[in-house]
Structure formats: structure tokens, C-alpha cells
Design a binder for this molecule. Sequence first.
Ligand SMILES: Nc1ncnc2c1ncn2[C@@H]1O[C@H](COP(=O)(O)OP(=O)(O)O)[C@@H](O)[C@H]1O
Ligand SMILES: [Mg+2]
Length: 428
Amino acid sequence: MQPWIIRDFHLDDLDQLIDVWQDSRTSGAHPVYTLAEIIDACTNGLAVVAVTEGTIIGAVACVLQDDRAWVLTLAQAKEWRERGLGSALLAHVEGKLASRGVRRISALVPASETRIRAFRNSDYRVEEDLHYFERTIPVHPKETRPLSQLGGRLLPHGLWEALAGMQYEKHLIEQRLILPLAHTELAKSLGVSPPRSVVLFGPPGTGKTTFAKSIASRLDWPFVEVFPSRLAAHPQGLAGALRQVFLDISQLEHAVVFIDEVEEIAATRTGEATSPLQGVTNELLKIIPAFREQEGRLLICATNFIRSLDNAFLRHGRFDYVIPIGPPDLIARIAIWNRYIPSAFAQHVDVDVLAKASDRFSPADIEFAARKASQKALESAVQSDQPTTMEMPLTTAAYLHAIEGTRATVTEAVEKDFLEDIDRIARV
Ligand SMILES: Nc1ncnc2c1ncn2[C@@H]1O[C@H](COP(=O)(O)OP(=O)(O)O)[C@@H](O)[C@H]1O
Ligand SMILES: [Mg+2]
């Protein structure tokens, strides 16, 4: 006679079952299933308990999927180990599952788990060559609604790595933004307060929007772009709409919030309260301090015209950093050119020559020139009678021709202004 009886689980057993489950877990082992999942399996799946003198000493809980069952837990009170209880529980549950048409019973058990023996003794086969993969989707189900209302989304992985060149900017952003935000606890313990809001500035097309998105991708946080100009039609007016948007954002656990061309709403205030954007500037000035109080979010404002921003807007305490995003250096340009030259032609093109010839080009200018060369090559390939015997269409010369026909965004005057802005306004 066994000193226990095994019977079906009743809701009244839940408290005790949780105790046994806690008791039987190996500390430090990966918790494959959460308590919520165990409870769900008990109530909606199939669970049995072993009882002695009115006390639960062991339990099995399974979920059923057609003809397969997953054992979510095989729990035993510590003092009842090594006495055949685990095998008895498995045998009992197997009988019940078989009568429900289950053909396969699977279990995922941490390697350090002591009750592995119960599975082995019950003729469960260990599949040594399986790997367990797990990824936590960084958006909580309750955030899905506010996120979709805000037009926010998770961006693909790898955008940061795909950002070619820009070593100076990447290094700076990695150190100042990513590091403290990705390791908040460590940062705080060392007295670093994680940044909450930053401004990116620089000539058009140098990659401010790209950087903002890459930061979101790197942090694995949802990306929410706020378009002040699109809020104008809101019944509460622009300022009210902006307030509402930030209220919605505060419901998210994490977010990178992006406002592009922020000079449109935060340009120097004229003093006359006639501009409809005046109220928005004031609203934004009020919103930022509240935004900064919440953890797990970063506001990125981008502008091509930093010098036109309102002084109060850039004041210390509102933005942690004011970061210049400049045109790419030579090494960055080589990397960017390489991205756009089709691999079949790469060996016929001297990328160093192209990079030197495209001084002051922004990444966007390089993209434009490269596409122009590709487009021209396509046109001549289609026009040519014998496309297979035609000359190499994408050569250094072809690209140099495209460069000649492309105007660099960063003219000498633009560069001079930019350097001045860095001197006067940048804060890194
Ligand atoms: N470092 C980079 N490497 C490759 N392409 C880039 C890089 N930075 C920007 N681009 C490309 O240049 C274009 C303009 O960049 P964008 O981020 O919109 O510039 P900005 O916001 O500063 O005007 C985009 O098509 C983007 O993909
Ligand atoms: Mg942009």
C-alpha cells in the first residue's frame, strides 16, 4: 500500500498545490512555465494531486493539444522525494490522458531538475539533441491597444548594425544613450541617470531619422513617431491633441518617441501670441518634464535647424544631450557606398575613389547617386540588343558620373553653419 492517494485536482487544492510547486522548484533553474500557466493548466487542462493525511504532497498539471499533452509541472514536496511518488503521479496522469485520446506526452524540464529520474523511470525518452528557444516579446498585451492607436510599432532587429559608418555618432550614442538605457540598474548604481530626452541635429539627410529608428531597434523598444502637424484636426486643438498623445504614451512600458522637424513646433517664440503653433510650443515645454519622470522611455527630437529653436526649449534639464549628426567621414562613406553597389559589380568598382569624390555627401546623397547609376545601367541594359555581351554597366566611371550629377546637401556654407552650431549648441 502506498502512503498516499492520487485523485483529481479541485480548486480548493490550489493554495497547497502552489506551495508544493514552489517547494519543488530548483533554485536558479530557468522557470519555463509561470505560475499563471500552472494555474491555467490546473483549471483548464488536466491535473491530479497526491494527498496524504489531507495534505497535498505532489501534483502533475498538463495542458492538452489534440492528441498531445504537455506536462507543465511534476511537483513534489521535498521530504517526499526518492520514494516513487513522481513515477506514481506520472502513471496516474498517463492513464487519464490515454482515456482522453492523448498519444504523446511531452515535458520540458530544466537540466538541473532533480525529478528527471521520475520521467526516466516512467519510460520517457530524453531527446538530447533538442534546443529550447525562448524570446520575450517586449510589448505587453495590455500595451497593444495604446500602441496601435499611436501608430507605434516594434522595428526589426539589426537596424543599428545596418547603420553604415558614422563611427563618431554611433560611438557617442552607444555610450550616452544605449548603455544607460539597456543597463538601467547598473547605471543607477554608479550614479548615472539614464537619459530621457535628446535632440539630434544636423544637415538634412545625414541620418537623424535613421538613428532614431536604430536606437529603438537596438533597445528593442517600440517606436512611436509623433507628427504634430497631423494633430491639428483634433477637436481639442493641436495642444490638447499633443497632451493626449503623451498621455497615451505614458501607458506604454517602454517607448522611443520621435518628433521629427521639431523646429516646426519649437521655433523661437515671436512674442505675439498670434501663431497657432505658439500654444504647441508651450504645451511641449510643459509635457517634457512630466515625460522625463517616467522610466523606460526616450524622447528623440530631430531638427535640421537647431539655431531656430526656442532658447527655453533647449535649456538644461529639458534635454540630456544635444547631439550633432554630421555628414559621414571617409570610412563611413566607403561603408555606405558598399551598401549600394550590387555585389556582382563590387570588384569592378574602386570604392575608395567614390568615397573621396563624394566628400560632403550625406548618406542620402550617396544613396541617391548610387541609385542613379543603377537606374542608368538598367535603362542601357534594356535598350541594348544583346544584354549579355554588353560592357560592364556599373563601373567606377559610371558612379563618378552619377556623383558629378548629384549636388551635395552639405555645401561649404551648410558645413560652416553646422560647425558653428556644434560649437555653440551641442551638448554631448
Ligand atoms: N549611416 C547610414 N548608412 C546608410 N544609409 C543611411 C545612413 N544614414 C542615412 N541613410 C539613408 O539616408 C536616407 C536619409 O536618412 P534620414 O535618416 O532620413 O536623414 P535625416 O533624418 O537626417 O534627414 C535614408 O534613406 C537612410 O536610409
Ligand atoms: Mg529625417
